[in-house]
Design a protein around this ligand. Structure first.
Ligand code: GRF
Length: 182
């Protein structure tokens, strides 16, 4: 399975997926909408074909998405993996890759969708939060759930963040391996 990873940030999930060296999975493309994001450097150092451009480079959001479709098709990717990609996926990409775009979110969806999910769960004082891998639809963190992993609440936010990220780095490669097996 040929995988394209989209990321906007530091790229720890990108690294976890690459380091897992999954059987039958090849990371064929790293894309970032943030040219200076940490993930760009990580991908280049791994010699993974890396592309960056921003919606600001296009007249419309539609044109940006169409450029994404062209890029992913050119890489002949079978699956698009969102790993901290901070944008809503729109029509053209969803239509071009139906059921083939996945995302990871740092909460037990449907609880705490959107930004700062870890902080939201911490402030709410829930006993258990966690991570969710789901298929992507046009909503924000609303697509069908593939897998979830619970994480117990911590007394410090930074400890909760570390526990959530550790869970992400375990579950995301596992789910991708499962998808590769069909
Ligand atoms: C992760 O917490 C992920 O769940 C969320 O964005 C964060 C990305 O972190 N969607 P990283 O860039 O993979 O380190």
């Amino acid at each position: 399975m040929r995988v394209a990873i989209f990321a906007s940030g530091t790229g720890s999930n990108f690294t976890a997926i690459c380091d897992a060296a999954l059987e039958d999975v090849e990371v064929v493309l790293a894309f970032s909408d943030q040219p200076t994001a940490g993930v760009v450097d990580l991908a280049r150092r791994r010699d993974i074909p890396t592309v960056t451009f921003s919606p600001r480079n296009f007249d419309t959001r539609l044109a940006y998405e169409e450029a994404l479709v062209g890029m992913v098709r050119q890489a002949r990717a079978d699956l698009i993996v969102l790993a901290g990609y901070m944008r809503i996926i729109q029509g053209p990409l969803l239509a071009a890759y139906p059921g083939a775009i996945v995302n990871i979110h740092p909460s037990l969806l449907p609880a705490f969708p959107g930004k700062d999910a870890i902080g939201q769960a911490f402030s709410a004082g829930v006993e258990t939060t966690g991570v969710t891998v789901h298929y992507v639809d046009a909503g924000m963190d609303t697509g069908p759930i593939i897998a979830q992993h619970p994480v117990a609440m911590c007394s410090e936010l930074k400890d909760l963040e570390a526990a959530i990220h550790q869970a992400e780095h375990t579950i995301y490669p596992q789910v991708i391996a499962q998808l590769a097996k069909g």
